[in-house]
Write a protein that binds this ligand. Sequence first.
Ligand code: SAH
Ligand code: SF4
Ligand code: F3S
Length: 439
Amino acid sequence: MVKYFYILTYGCQMNVHESEKIAGILKDLNYEPCNVIEEADIIVFNTCCIRENAENHAYGNIGMLKKLKAGKRSLIIAVGGCLTQQMGKASGLHKKFPYVDIVFGTHNLGKLKDYIIKKRAQKKAVIEIEEDNGEICEGLEPYRTSYPNAWLNITYGCNNFCSYCIVPYVRGRERSRRSKDIIKEAENLVALGYKEITLLGQNVNSYGNGTDDISFPELLRRIANIDGKFRLRFMTSHPKDFSVEIAKAIADNTKICKSVHLPVQSGSNVVLKAMNRKYTVEDYLEKVKILKQYVPDCSLTTDIIVGFPGETEEDFLQTCELVKNVGYSSAFTFVYSKREGTVAAKMKNQIPAEVSKNRIMRLIEIVNSQTREQSAAYVGKVIEILCEGYDDKKQMYLGRDGYGRMAYFASDVSHIGEFLNVKVEGANGISLACKKVEI
Ligand code: SAH
Ligand code: SF4
Ligand code: F3S
C-alpha cells in the first residue's frame, strides 16, 4: 500500500528548499506526496522563529493535529526547522505536544531518515537536536517542487548577529559550500531543464570568506557561463558586503537578473548602529549608487523593520525618506518582534505595539505607492517573462520579468517553464495584467 507524506513549511526560501530535501528523504523511504493532510502517514512541520507570529503559527498548526493523531495511531508527526533549534524549545515542544513523534533541528536534517526508521521501531518519541559543528551536509537529493526555478544553497548560517535576529543562534556560524559542488549542481539543474537558479544564503555576498575558494562575484560569473538559457538570481545580500565586483558581474552577464534584494532595515544611523548592521545610511546609499552606476536599470527590493527598541518618530521619518530616495520596486516591511536570547530583547525602550502598527501602516502606504508607480510605467511595453505557474483563483498563468515584476496572462495551453513575450495592458499594484504576443 502506498504511504503518503505532507510537509508544512514556514519561513524563508532556505526553509522552502530544506523542505524539498525533507521530501527527498521521504521519497527515499517510499513515501509519496499528497495534497490532503488527513491522508498523510507522516506529517513534517518545517518551522520558523524569525518573528513571534511565525512561531505561533507553527504551534497553532501542531495543536490542530491532536485530533488527527488520536484517530490514526500510526500517523508519524515530525517537527524540525529553526524553532526546534532555539534553546530548550525541543523538549518544551514535546511537553506541550506529547503526540509529536520526532523533533529534529537544522543541523541534523541529514539524519531524519534514521530518526524515522528508529521511530517506526519504537513507541518512544525521538528527540534529537544537535549543535552546529561547522559541517555542511552534502549529498541530500532534494525532491524539487518549484520548477522552473531551482533553489541552490551556497552558504549556511550567519556570523552577523544583527541585534534583533535569531538566525545566527538557530542556524550556526556561516559556512560556504565548495564552489565545485555548487557549479556541478547548477550544471545539472540546467541540463535537467530548470530555467531559473536562485542562489541561497543568509548573506551570499560573503560567500567564500575564510576559505581559499573563489569569491561570490566569481561564483556568479562561473555559473552564468554555463551554456543554455536560464536566469540567475541570488538572495540575500548584506549591504556591508555588497561590492563593485558584484555590480560588475551583474552588468557583464545577461543571465544574472538585474534585480537585487538589499535589506536596509532602517533609514536612521542611530537605529542601524543599535541593530549592529555595520553600515550607515550614507554607506548604504553609496552601494546603491555603485550598483546603479554599473547597472542603471537594476531593480532594488528591501526589508525594513519598524518599532525597533528606541526608534523615535524622527528615526522612523528618516526611514520613510530613505525609501522615497531609493525608489524600491517592492519592500517587505516588518514590525520588530522581540526574540528571546538576542541582544535587542534586553534593550530598554521597547516600542508600544500601537506605535509600531501606526508606523508600519504609514510605511506600507509609501512602499505601495512606489510599487504602483513603477508598475504603471510598464503599461504598453512588451516584456520577456519566464512562465512559472498557474493561478487557480485568477485562472491565469503567471511569470516574472528579469526585474522580478509579476505578470499574469491568459492562455489555453501551458507555458510553464517557457520564456515568452507578453504585452503589458494594465497594472494592479504589484502585478501586471498582460497579453501573450505572437512573434
Ligand atoms: N539574512 C537575511 C534575511 C534574514 S530574515 C538578511 O540578513 O537580510 C528576513 C528579514 O526578517 C530580515 O531582513 C529582517 O528585516 C526581518 N527580521 C529579522 N528578525 C526580525 C525580528 N526580530 N523582528 C522583525 N523582523 C525581523
Ligand atoms: Fe539575521 Fe542579520 Fe544574519 Fe540577516 S545578516 S540572518 S538579519 S543576523
Ligand atoms: Fe525563519 Fe529560519 Fe528562515 S528563522 S526566516 S526559517 S532561517
